[in-house]
Design a protein around this ligand. Structure first.
Ligand code: ZN
Length: 309
């Protein structure tokens, strides 16, 4: 028997059909009922100053998923029909993942004291498709949150692309492949990327009140002016916060890599990779200088290196 006798694709689609046939699978009750401390933390984290949720004792609608999110030590009873499909895709080599769609529908506010549960329905697997990230499958599922009674609180459609990361190799075809994660460039950000091409780190400024802001945007958050200019930053900064990314694989990048929030002496913060040093050498307060890296023939990304190097 050879590999040609079995099609892994057929097996994946067969499993997906089986999971879809399970219909809506109800998960266990949330670890905690809807509660004021969690709502307060969430509002703070989101920068939402609307205190009416606290006054009325209802959950902000966008918090629906928060209440039933399993912890890192999720139990067997927390498994949903989606997990088996995602595990099978991993096993077949489609280890990359990127979320492509999320639509939420809010039916009614969840009240403090209510213990929500999530019901998950696997709705379909489409593929294999050729995408910019590599060959992959689109997996879609729907989650409905219930509280007390049969009326749902909220619903969500979620779709991910599970893709086979392109193998790194020394072949010329791979080395000249375009960098897959191209930065979004538009009228708000064109000046920034033009600066990067010239080896300059440009920070947007308000042409009326002079306040600096980053990331770039159309309106000054201070005086609401739409007149814009920019200054050229010194190209120095310090690590304000950072994470080391180990998993999942990111197309065009080798893991692990460091993503940092860099504080500039000009008074804004900017997100970027820290390069030219091992991830475990990075720490909060580390002094950095900007460096510009060509990712392919067109894309140059600003990154950060230790200032001494
Ligand atoms: Zn302004």
């Amino acid at each position: 028997m050879t590999d040609l006798d079995m099609s892994p694709g057929d097996e994946l689609l067969e499993l997906a059909e089986k999971q879809a046939a399970l219909g809506e699978v109800r998960g266990g009750p949330a670890a905690d009922p809807v509660n004021i401390p969690m709502i307060r933390h969430w509002l703070d984290a989101m920068g939402d100053a609307n205190r009416s949720y606290l006054d009325k004792g209802v959950s902000p609608p966008a918090m629906a998923q928060v209440w039933t999110m399993p912890g890192v030590r999720r139990g067997v009873k927390d498994r949903s029909p989606v997990d088996d499909v995602l595990a099978a895709l991993d096993a077949a080599g489609y280890t990359g993942v990127v979320a492509t769609n999320c639509e939420q529908t809010y039916h009614r506010p969840a009240r403090v004291g209510e213990r929500l549960s999530a019901a998950t329905r696997f709705s379909g697997l489409i593929g294999p498709k050729r995408t910019a990230l590599g060959e992959g499958y689109f997996a879609t599922w729907n989650v409905t949150w219930y509280g007390e009674g049969d009326a749902p609180v909220a619903e969500m459609m979620f779709r991910v692309l599970k893709f086979r990361p392109r193998r790194k190799s020394g072949t010329p075809a791979a080395s000249t492949a375009p960098y897959p994660l191209r930065p979004a460039q538009n009228r708000d950000t064109a000046f920034f990327w033009e600066g990067v091409r010239q080896g300059e780190l440009r920070i947007q400024s308000c042409a009326d009140c002079g306040r600096l802001r980053h990331p770039p945007g159309p309106v000054c958050p201070s005086c609401r002016s739409t007149s814009r200019s920019y200054v050229v930053a010194r190209g120095e900064g310090t690590v304000f916060s950072y994470v080391v990314h180990h998993h999942p694989p990111v197309p065009g990048r080798e893991t692990p890599f460091v993503v940092a929030v860099v504080e500039l002496p000009e008074g804004v913060r900017i997100v970027g990779n820290v390069v030219d040093c091992p991830p475990d050498a990075v720490g909060i307060g580390m002094e950095l200088r900007a460096t510009y890296r060509a990712m392919d023939d067109e894309v140059i990304l600003p990154m950060w290196a230790p200032r001494e190097s």
